[in-house]
Design a binder for this molecule. Structure first.
Ligand code: SF4
Ligand code: SF4
Length: 353
């Protein structure tokens, strides 16, 4: 792995050159304090001063709804119109880990062409970040990243140190080599070490993920799930924002006036009631508590036993999104024996006081 240096004023000239033949996506400000990844037509709109975007970058690679193919009585025509040459700039380490989990998931039993094609065409340019009070990535060990990116930019105020993570990344640098310096001064190295130490100390939130698989098993029938189920609104927002959620539904949409159907695929959420519905009207997870348990089994237990790490990358999106404060932090704490700190449990304590 090679590291080079880029002066801050050279960032936009570099992005301009490399985005001539690809769509550039980067974080921009939405309303006063939120950020989203957006296709960039003006580099000055890029805003790197963000902690987390509302939706994770997986939604750019595999959008909420895609048409997979058109089926006629005799054949089917695959559709890959969601695939485009893209450069995704400003991706934080936790979201790169989220994409690594998606990569494994979509190639585990067989390659999912709709994801794989789109991912192959997407260049990932990572960017360093700073934690807020809801970041859990130190606990999931996803606050640093060693793979899954083509280039990774660490902000050292006046300069960037740029990690080259792939031959594609190397090719990008070669498109404008005069913007980069190979010599990295001791001052930059010291500044990098200081930044890393200060960032490590800036984390305010912790959760013991190594204990979670056992606690999920031991507390599988604990009444805490019923209490959480009563509080949950079954809105599905936690799934929409999580960088490692991957449930989807397939719909057959007849094309009016033609003897064919469009088969589309759209994001789904196992926290929604209809998700576990089957033909004949049965539903195997009618209770919200059962659906929440499934969600947290995936995040805190199943993936760890298979891959040795949780399917939570600590981005904090569920923490800032759930309207009733059911999230990986409050559920983790409840499993750890600290009671349920959800909106409704706090409200009922207020009412009975
Ligand atoms: S469970 Fe929550 S914190 Fe973990 S990756 Fe998903 S949204 Fe982020
Ligand atoms: S846990 Fe929260 S965000 Fe998720 S479905 Fe329930 S209410 Fe919605």
């Amino acid at each position: 792995m090679k590291i080079v240096k880029l002066k801050k004023e050279n960032l936009f000239p570099f992005l301009e050159v490399i985005s001539k033949d690809a769509d550039l996506w980067a974080p921009v400000k939405k309303n006063s304090d939120r950020h989203v990844f957006k296709m960039i037509d003006d580099l000055t709109h890029i805003n790197l001063d963000y902690t987390r975007t509302i939706l994770p970058p997986r939604n750019i690679i595999l959008p909420p709804e895609i048409r997979m193919f058109r089926a006629t009585p005799l054949e089917y025509e695959p559709n890959f119109s969601h695939v485009a040459k893209r450069i995704l700039f400003g991706v934080h380490p936790c979201d790169i880990h989220g994409l690594l989990i998606m990569d494994k998931f979509y190639s585990f039993m067989y390659d999912d062409p709709y994801y794989i094609e789109s991912r192959k065409n997407t260049i990932i340019l990572g960017h360093s970040c700073w934690p807020d009070e809801n970041c859990l990535c130190k606990s999931t060990n996803t606050h640093i990243v060693e793979e899954g990116y083509d280039l990774f930019f660490t902000d050292l105020k006046k300069n960037y140190l740029v990690w080259i993570g792939s031959s594609r990344g190397d090719d990008l640098i070669r498109m404008k080599p005069d913007l980069f310096e190979e010599e990295i001064a001791n001052e930059d190295i010291q500044s990098f070490i200081r930044r890393r130490e200060e960032k490590d100390k800036a984390f305010q939130t912790e959760i013991n993920f190594t204990a979670m698989p056992d606690l999920m098993e031991l507390k599988y029938n604990d009444p805490l799930w019923d209490e959480l189920g009563t509080a949950c609104l079954a809105c599905g927002s936690c799934s929409n924002v999580c960088p490692t959620c991957n449930c989807y539904n397939v719909e057959d949409k007849p094309v009016l006036g033609e003897n064919c159907s469009d088969i589309s695929r759209c994001w789904d959420a196992c926290t929604l009631e209809n998700y576990s519905g089957v033909a004949g009207g049965e539903n195997f997870r009618e209770k919200r508590s059962e659906r929440l348990k499934l969600w947290y089994t995936h995040k805190l237990q199943a993936y760890i036993s298979k891959y040795g790490k949780p399917a939570c990358v600590g981005c904090g999106r569920c923490v800032v999104t759930c309207p009733v404060d059911i999230n990986v932090l409050t559920v983790g704490k409840a499993l750890d024996g600290n009671g349920i700190d959800s909106f409704w449990s706090r409200l009922s304590k207020e009412v009975t006081r």
